[in-house]
Design a protein around this ligand. Structure first.
Ligand SMILES: Cc1ncc(COP(=O)(O)O)c(C=O)c1O
Length: 412
């Protein structure tokens, strides 16, 4: 079936990249530098870490890979428990399907769509090892509450920051508590040519292990090998045999993580550096669109806006969401009216605890707030820097028409 021609698509068509990105690419492709594992990656990691105040940043091929790495790094063991938000993209928790651990889903706050830190506290048990959160739509989770819970209970924190560039709470950037996973996929607040990600780490050992693993270096325990020979063969000229020289000098006693190849390529990193410099400009466009929607919805009884960030905090405006509290079924009528007007609707995210893989794993979990908000209340509107003023006007007109009660025209 062919894609309908939307008047306003939910996601941007075409590229956000401008002359700066094109120049960076051109310079790289015309130059003599490597296109893999080079200076662009090192510079991008450093600039990214500085931009958000992270101790370490490791560039990877996607946020999903960063989440897989983070899950590896925390060293989960069979029988451990993990606490997780369910109102997120399934990539946040997908890696946990490969682990023999118990995942306890936690409720969200309806006014932020972020994990409810009070509910979270009540789920902690002596077997809890880690907390998985997402900064939904770019509104920061209460980092102070989260960090207190983690330090009081010795827990690791994995922050899914796919929407969270640049979002802050109390002067601290999302992704700086412990392990943070960022996305540079095409629709995110910055992009590295369509796909890309960054793992941020507070601990140096985590960053070092991630750097080894992304270069397909096994993380393993070794003992020195005395003979320096393998059967009849020795290492040979190290200038020629450098790649496998370690095979002669050590024996492996245990492999913890085989590693993989998931480094972010130089062209992507070069573009990412330019995008990072343009971040504020692009988030300003998002903020202006959000302000127009806020204004159009203000003061309407059936609309519950999400909470704005507390004074001084920054919202990344990756998604625009509000809740409708009208009569039952009204939300779906409004969404259908938007679609009928040619406005593409994509609701994010189907609660993970209701997905078949997690139902198989966990049986029935009931999260009344998460489910009510998803199935009955939430509405998400298109928001991206490429939207024209006319697109925003069109969405507002259609939305206001759909949520404004019709006056009866019939005569008595
Ligand atoms: C909340 C969230 N987490 C993770 C991801 C995965 O990011 P990536 O596409 O970079 O793997 C996404 C992508 O949409 C996302 O929205």
């Amino acid at each position: 079936m062919s894609e309908p021609e939307w008047v306003v698509p939910y996601r941007p068509r075409g590229s956000i990249f401008g002359p700066g990105e094109q120049q960076a690419l051109h310079a790289l492709l015309e130059g003599e530098e490597t296109l893999s594992c080079g200076g662009q990656r090192d510079a991008f990691e450093l600039e990214f870490a500085c931009a958000i105040g992270a101790s370490h940043a490791v560039a990877l091929t996607s946020c999903t890979v960063a989440l897989e790495f983070a899950t590896r790094l925390i060293g989960l063991e069979p029988g451990d428990e993990v606490l997780a938000v369910s109102q997120t993209y399934h990539a946040t928790l997908q890696p946990l399907l490969d682990y023999d651990v118990t995942v306890r889903f936690c409720e969200i706050e309806p006014d932020t769509l972020n994990i409810d830190c009070t509910a979270l506290a009540s789920l902690i048990s002596p077997r809890t090892r880690a907390i998985y959160v997402v900064h939904h739509g770019g509104l920061c989770v209460d980092l102070d509450a989260l960090s207190r819970l983690a330090s009081d209970n010795g827990l690791r924190i994995i922050e899914d920051c796919a929407h969270a560039l640049p979002c802050t709470h109390n002067g601290r950037h999302a992704g700086t508590l412990d392990l943070g996973c960022f996305s540079f996929q095409s629709y995110k607040n910055i992009s590295t040519l369509g796909e890309g990600g960054m793992l941020t780490a507070r601990r140096l050992d985590d960053a070092e292990r991630a750097r080894l693993a992304r270069a397909i270096e096994p993380l393993a325990s070794y003992t020195p090998r005395r003979s320096g020979a393998l059967g009849a063969y020795s290492g040979g000229d190290p200038r020629i045999m450098w790649h496998h020289r370690q095979a002669f000098g050590r024996d492996c006693v245990d492999v913890h993580w085989a590693g993989t190849n998931s480094t972010l390529a130089e062209p992507a990193c070069a573009v990412g550096r330019v995008q990072l410099r343009r971040l504020n400009e692009m988030v300003d466009c998002r903020r202006a669109i959000a302000a127009r929607y806020d204004e159009a919805l203000a003061g309407r009884e059936i609309v519950s806006p999400l909470n704005p960030p507390p004074e001084g905090d920054q919202h990344a405006h990756h998604l625009y969401t509000f809740r409708l509290n009208g009569t039952k079924g009204m939300r779906d009528v409004v969404l259908a009216a938007l679609v009928d007007a040619g406005i593409e609707v994509q609701q994010r995210y189907f609660p993970v605890h209701l997905m078949p893989e997690w139902r198989l794993r966990n049986g029935t979990t009931i999260l009344p707030v998460t489910e009510r908000v998803w199935f009955e209340e939430q509405v998400q509107l298109p928001i991206y820097p490429q939207m024209l003023e006319a697109h925003v006007d069109y969405v507002i007109d259609a939305l206001v028409g759909a949520i404004t009660p019709r006056k009866s025209t019939s005569r008595c």
